[in-house]
Every structure is written in C-alpha cells, then in structure tokens.
Design a binder for this molecule. Structure first.
Ligand SMILES: [Zn+2]
Length: 107
C-alpha cells in the first residue's frame, strides 16, 4: 500500500450515510503511482462504492461511484484489465456533462 492510499484515509466515507470507513474495510483494486481505485463496502448501510483517488497539483482528490459490484466482482473486473482508471474517469466525466436523456444511450 502506498502513502497515497494511506493519505486518503480520511477521505473515505460512505456517500450514502456518511460513516467514515477504515482502510481495512476497503479492497485495493488498482494502484498506480498517482492513482488508486478502492472498493468500499459500508459497514453501516452495506452500500458498495468504488473510490477513485488521484493526486495532483492541488493535493489528493477523490471520486466516489456507487456500484452494485461486490468485492469479488470488482476485483475480477479490474484484474481482467477490461477497465482502466482513466476509462472510468472518462466515462464519469462524460456522464456528468451529458445533457441528453437516458433513452439516447439505448437508441
Ligand atoms: Zn453507509
């Protein structure tokens, strides 16, 4: 575990109930020099979240996405390298700026 992941300790809280979670409750899915992806299952409300942590000019930033993947599924997904951290962030940013309707995706 890198110092980046350790430094992000205080950032990890459940996006649903706000409970602070310990690193021991997370699973490190991917770790690079300046980026980490963690899987968190909240001990209180049992919501699973993917936590993306990156370090940049302005310090540590984190992005949380609620997921229905459990630990094993998330681990499998990342181990197969089907998804890179950059791809997930790209998708997230696309969705954030996307102004259309959900049906536009399906057509
Ligand atoms: Zn929670």
């Amino acid at each position: 575990m890198t110092s980046l992941t350790k430094g992000a300790n205080q950032l990890i809280e459940c996006p649903i109930c706000g409970v602070k979670c310990h690193l021991s409750e997370t699973l490190v899915l991917a770790e690079e020099k300046e980026k980490s992806v963690l899987h968190l299952t909240c001990g209180q409300c049992e919501t699973s979240t993917l936590v993306f942590i990156s370090i940049g000019k302005f310090g540590i930033a984190s992005l949380k996405m609620i997921t229905d993947l459990n630990r094993q599924e998330a681990k499998k997904l990342f181990q197969s390298e089907a998804v890179s951290i950059d791809q997930v962030i790209e998708i997230h940013q696309f969705l954030k700026s996307f102004k259309g309707e959900v049906k536009d995706f399906i057509e």
